[in-house]
Structures are given as C-alpha cells and as structure tokens.
Design a protein around this ligand. Sequence first.
Ligand code: AMP
Length: 192
Amino acid sequence: MKSVCVFCGCSDGRRKEFVEAAGRLGRTLAERGLTVVYGGATVGLMGQLADAALKAGGEVVGVIPERFIDRPRNIAHQGLTELHVVDTMHRRKELMAQLADAFIALPGGLGTLEEMLEALCWVQLRLHAKPCGLLDVGGYYQPLLRMLDVAVAEEFLKPEHRNLLAVAETPEALLDQFAHFQPPETPKLPCL
Ligand code: AMP
C-alpha cells in the first residue's frame, strides 16, 4: 500500500477531537510513508489533515473540481505535493479512487458519507479490491454502523459485505486491519 484516500468534512465539526483526529491521521500516514489523497481544500478537517501530513514531511495529493476554485473564494490548497483540478465531482471520485490503494473516512457530512459508501459499494461489486475503513472518532459512526446492521437484518446487505468495512478508533488500528484485508473471493452482486 502506497497511498490512502481520506474522505472528511469540509467543516471542523463541533468537537475538538474531530480536528485532533484529522491531524493525527495526517501525521500517521506521513510517518508511514503513505501518500495522502484527498479533496484538495484548505477548509475544515480536510485542511487539518493535509497540513498535518505536509508538516510531518508527507506527500499530499489533492483532487478538486474546478467549480470549487474561486467560488466564492479559493479554497484549493496551494501547498500540496500535487493538485489535480478536474471538471466534475464524478471525475474527482474516479481519480481519487485510481490514485489510492485504500480509503479512510474521518467524520464528515453528506460528501464524506456518499464518498465512503460509494468506495465500499465498489468493493462489494469488485470494481476494485481496496480496503475501506471508518475512523470512528468519539463514536461518530455508531449510528451508521447500526444502519448497516439493520440492512443486514432486513436482508438488503449480506453479512460478508457488511464486514468489508473496517472500523477503528485510531489510525494505527485501522491500518493494521487494512494489512489483513481480504476482498470477496468471487464477484458477487448483493442480490444474487
Ligand atoms: P462534507 O462531508 O459534506 O463536508 O464533504 C466533504 C467531502 O466531500 C470531502 O471528502 C470532499 O472530497 C468533498 N467536498 C465537499 N465539499 C467540498 C469542498 N467545498 N471542497 C472540497 N471538497 C469538498
């Protein structure tokens, strides 16, 4: 594994521990020589993550849609190792997925949730076979995990697909789980 894509809020969130967790993740990835791939902005947890990784000597690659630049202000990070400016949100997610060997979600809002669930859905469909994990800071992701358990109980989600999602409270524990990640052996649609 050489690079990790991090999805996270473009806000700081209400609790100080979210900002601290973004910094800790950025530092940990940099110290392990892993390139950070992320949404390319200076704002919120995204900015905290990128700044911490850069400060620790790491490489950080941003992928940002053109529409976020200069509207209403320029939030593209100017100090990154590399910044890709793309046309659309879809192209951004595609490129982030190509550039990364694994996916981690810190706390975040709709953007973070949809990015992470898409990455996980693509493992289920075997469009890629890269580990996905939640950094469950202060229990932020417990309601989402309960929702996934409901989906299993109601037979919309197979337990083996539910279990593809790693969950940990620290970056170190999450990366350890990634080291043992096994993608599903055969491509399997959820409904078959
Ligand atoms: P949210 O979780 O709704 O705050 O959205 C953050 C996630 O969606 C990040 O992982 C980004 O990839 C993407 N995103 C949403 N809004 C922005 C923005 N203004 N600038 C850069 N990326 C964004």
